[in-house]
Design a protein around this ligand. Sequence first.
Ligand SMILES: Cc1cc2nc3c(=O)[nH]c(=O)nc-3n(C[C@H](O)[C@H](O)[C@H](O)COP(=O)(O)O)c2cc1C
Ligand SMILES: Nc1ncnc2c1ncn2[C@@H]1O[C@H](COP(=O)(O)OP(=O)(O)OP(=O)(O)O)[C@@H](O)[C@H]1O
Length: 302
Amino acid sequence: MILITGTTEFQTEEATAISLGKFDGIHQGHQLLVDRILKKKEEGLKSLIFTFDFGERPTLLLPEERRELLSRQGVDYLVECPFVDAVSHMEAENFVREILVKRLHVKYLAVGTDFHFGHNRKGSYRLLEEMSGECGFQVEVVEKACYQGEEISSSRIRRELEQGHMELVNQLLGYSYGVSGEVLHGRQIGRTLGLPTINLQPEARKLLPPNGVYATRTRIAGETFEGITNIGYKPTVGGETRKGVETYLFDLDRNLYGEQVTVSFYGFERPESKFASLEALKARIEQDVLWGRTYFGDGMEG
Ligand SMILES: Cc1cc2nc3c(=O)[nH]c(=O)nc-3n(C[C@H](O)[C@H](O)[C@H](O)COP(=O)(O)O)c2cc1C
Ligand SMILES: Nc1ncnc2c1ncn2[C@@H]1O[C@H](COP(=O)(O)OP(=O)(O)OP(=O)(O)O)[C@@H](O)[C@H]1O
C-alpha cells in the first residue's frame, strides 16, 4: 500500500476507484465500501481510500492500526489528507475537479448515502452523480448498513464503547475491538499475588472502554490466549498516573516482556475499585478468573 500522508501534494499515476470519509474503526459499513473499490481492481483500477487527518483527536483506530488493516486487505493507496483550509474550504465541485479527477484520476467512486464533502459540507452523492458524466467517472451510492434496525456509524460505536458494551461494539465493527502494544514491566506485585500479568500502556488517544474487568483474548505471535483484563489505574496498590491495560492469561506462564501483543475485549464484568488490602484484591481477582473462564467456557460471548 502506498501511504500519502502529511502533504496536500498527492497524485497517482494510475486510474483509481475511490472511497472517501473519516473511516474511524473501519466498521461493517465502511467495509462494504472498501470491498467495492477492491472489486474494481479486476477492471484495472487502483483502489484508494481518501481520509482526512484529524490530528490528536481520540479514535477507535490509531493511524498505524488503520493503515495496517487497509493494507492487509489489499488497498493500493491511502491518502491521509491534512485538514487544512486549502482543502477543507474548497468548494465541493472544485474538490471533485481538482483533486479527484485531475490528481487522483478517479474512474469509480463508492460513497454512503449520507456522505458530505467540501466547504460547509455542501457536496453530496447527488453532486457526484451530476458531475459523473462530464468528468468521466461512475458513482455507486451504498445504503447504510444497519444492525438491529439502527445505522452503523463510527459515532454509534464510540458511544457504545464508552458504555462498555463490547459485545455490541464487536458486532458493529465486524471484528473484535482491541489494543496493541509492547509488554512492559509492571511493578512485579502481581507475582507476589500469584498472578503473573502482562501490562500495556496504550496511547492516550486510543479510545478504551470504561475502567474495569473484561473477558479478553490476547494475540501473541499468531496464537490466541483467553484471559481477563483490568483497565485502569490500580488504586489498591497506590495507583498509576497513566491508564494501563493489565491482562492475566489463564493458561500461559511465559516471559513475554518486550513482545508485541493485541488484547481484544469481550464481556464486561465489574468496574475497577479500591480494595482495603492486597488480600481482598487477590480474593476478588480469583472470582474474576472464575467468571472469565465461565464466560468463554459457556460461549457467552455470542
Ligand atoms: C483481573 C484483574 C483485576 C484487577 N482489579 C483491580 C481492581 O479492581 N483494583 C485495583 O486497584 N487493582 C486491580 N488490579 C490490578 C492489581 O492491583 C495489579 O494486578 C497488581 O497490583 C500487580 O500490579 P503490577 O503488575 O504493577 O505489579 C486488577 C488486575 C487484574 C489482572
Ligand atoms: N453503515 C454504513 N453503511 C454504508 N456506508 C457507510 C456506513 N457508515 C458510513 N458509511 C460511508 O462510509 C464513508 C465514510 O464514512 P464516515 O467514516 O465519514 O462515516 P461514519 O462511520 O458514519 O462516521 P461518523 O459517525 O463519524 O459520521 C462515507 O461514504 C459514508 O457514507
